[in-house]
Design a protein around this ligand. Structure first.
Ligand code: 5RP
Length: 229
């Protein structure tokens, strides 16, 4: 089974949890895209859902494939969100934001009664931190915010490059108009404490540590899909 087939397997298993009439948060990324494609087939067969996309990218795919969309303000409470992750551990702590949609992803997931993570085995780690932690910041004073992030990291015994996401043409900007730092801290022994301290930094809009948000994860591997709870 190749990487794409595993994503499809996880997406198929998540679709089993989607019921007719649900208000659905729809994630961002290549795994979430597979979910959208399968969901669109069900919608074409008459299945009714109202989707709230977590990014402009996902919104475009949904529109293209005919998945009905609403804004989060039209549907402020959701039944279920299905989204991918960059990394997850055995306690369902996640790192998200590789695709740059972490702010909307977290708001939408937190507005949902349940969140299902879909991923392949390569995303499961013993301790979070192999994937650089995305930290979304306001462009105003972003260099000051970076210094504050470094100080927090130091207090946690973390070091490593904190790189502004972008290209030589300029910084990457999120759907909300913010910048992202990718922090290569390595192993994060206390993700809860780090999340709390990052939340206190003025200028940090959101970070990619999702803690106590996921309800369960569907992990696809060569032998099929398993549930992590
Ligand atoms: C986007 C995300 C994605 O869920 C994450 O990057 C996983 O993406 P993929 O399914 O392409 O590996 O957090 O902000």
């Amino acid at each position: 089974m190749d990487a794409r087939e595993m994503k499809v397997k996880a997406a198929e298993a998540a679709l089993q949890h989607v019921e007719d009439g649900m208000r659905l948060g729809i994630g961002t990324g290549s795994t979430a895209d597979e979910f959208v494609r399968l969901l669109a087939e069900k919608v074409a067969d008459g299945f009714k859902v109202q989707g709230v996309p977590t990014s402009e990218r996902t919104a475009r795919l949904c529109v293209e494939l005919g998945v009905p969309l609403k804004s989060l303000d039209e549907l402020p409470e959701l039944d279920l969100t299905v989204d991918g992750a960059d990394e997850l551990d055995g306690s369902l702590r996640l790192i998200k934001g590789g695709g740059g949609a972490l702010l909307r992803e977290k708001i939408v997931a937190a507005a949902s009664a349940r969140m299902i993570v879909i991923a392949d085995e390569s995303k499961v780690v013993e301790t979070l931190g192999r994937f650089p932690l995305p930290i979304e910041v306001n462009p105003f004073g972003y260099k000051t915010t970076r210094i504050a992030i470094e100080k927090v990291a130091e207090r946690h015994g973390l070091s490593g490059e904190i790189r502004l996401r972008g290209t030589e043409d300029g910084p990457f900007t999120t759907d909300g108009g913010h910048y992202i730092f990718d922090a290569s801290f390595g192993r994060i022994p206390d993700a809860e404490a780090l999340a709390t301290d990052l939340n206190f930094i003025p200028g940090v809009v959101e970070h990619g540590l999702f803690i106590n948000i996921a309800s369960f994860a569907i992990i696809a591997g060569p032998a099929g899909a398993r549930t992590l709870q």
